[in-house]
Design a binder for this molecule. Structure first.
Ligand code: SAM
Length: 250
């Protein structure tokens, strides 16, 4: 079934991270923006006609077009684990004849491979207007997002969530949560596939047929992101969320 996002609060998150609540008159590209929930945030100040969204889920683009017809919606038929398993592996970003003041990606590179993230960040930087900013989220596995309220770090939170979501579907995830969390300790980056297969500091995973592709969760430590993007500012989560933000300004 096609993925349609129900997450809200993305505008509030990025406006806090970028220190600017007034986005009127700014061109905005929401990379992996899905149905454009950013526009539905009550705090949103984006001009509808200055909003562009690219996503690999065709149905999300159709839904966004229906809800916000003045905005610009493009289906990008690139491969993505689970989201678009039949897409093309090496498809360049579609041409858009505009430069952007803000390019944002909320929880997109948390679901794509490391080499895809590096490729997209390079291409998206090229779409910035002078003075513009690219802001994207990532998840640090060791970070405690809600200290005082929740003793778990982000990785343990995710593992428990995967168990819960599978249970809701009537399935049992056969994992030793604590052994997995222990294995990941000390790794600078890794991917958790389908909530059960952990690959440390490598993109070489076993083959998953399209119908076996459920989730692909990438984790990066803050220090590792700093080493990948030395020009970036790395910010802790805002808006009571769990995702860090990497900001690259032009
Ligand atoms: C967790 S959802 C977040 C959606 C949206 N940003 C939000 O916050 O509601 C991840 C999104 O990234 C999109 N995505 C995954 N891989 C992508 C890629 N290679 N290019 C563009 N979008 C991608 C998915 O289709 C999905 O809509």
């Amino acid at each position: 079934m096609a993925f349609l996002s129900t997450k809200t609060g993305q505008f509030t998150y990025f406006s806090k991270q970028l220190g600017e609540p007034d986005w009127r008159g700014k061109n905005v590209l929401d990379f992996g923006g899905n149905v454009g929930n950013m526009l539905r945030d009550p705090n949103c100040t984006i001009d509808e006609e200055r909003y562009w969204c690219l996503d690999v889920v065709r149905e999300s683009i159709e839904r966004g077009t229906e809800m916000f017809p003045k905005s610009h919606w493009t289906f990008y038929d690139r491969y993505s684990f689970f989201f678009n398993p039949h897409g093309a592996r090496q498809l360049k970003l579609p041409e858009i004849d505009v430069l952007f003041d803000y390019v944002v990606a909320y929880s997109v590179f948390t679901n794509t491979s490391r080499s895809d993230m590096l490729d997209f960040v390079r291409q998206l930087e090229g779409k910035l207007a002078n003075g513009g900013a690219l802001a994207f989220t990532f998840i640090d596995p060791n970070y405690h997002s809600w200290p005082g309220r929740d003793a778990r770090n982000n990785l343990v939170w995710r593992l428990e969530r995967e168990i819960y979501l599978e249970k809701e579907k009537g399935n049992t995830l056969d994992i030793d949560l604590h052994a997995l969390a222990e294995r990941a300790k000390g790794a600078e980056w890794f991917v958790l596939v389908n909530g059960e297969d952990l690959y440390l500091e490598t993109e070489q995973t076993k083959r998953y047929e399209p119908e076996q592709q459920r989730t692909y969760h990438m984790f990066y430590t803050v220090n590792y992101m700093k080493s990948l993007f030395p020009r970036a500012t790395i910010l802790p989560p805002a808006n009571d969320e769990m995702q860090h933000c990497c900001v690259i300004r032009k």
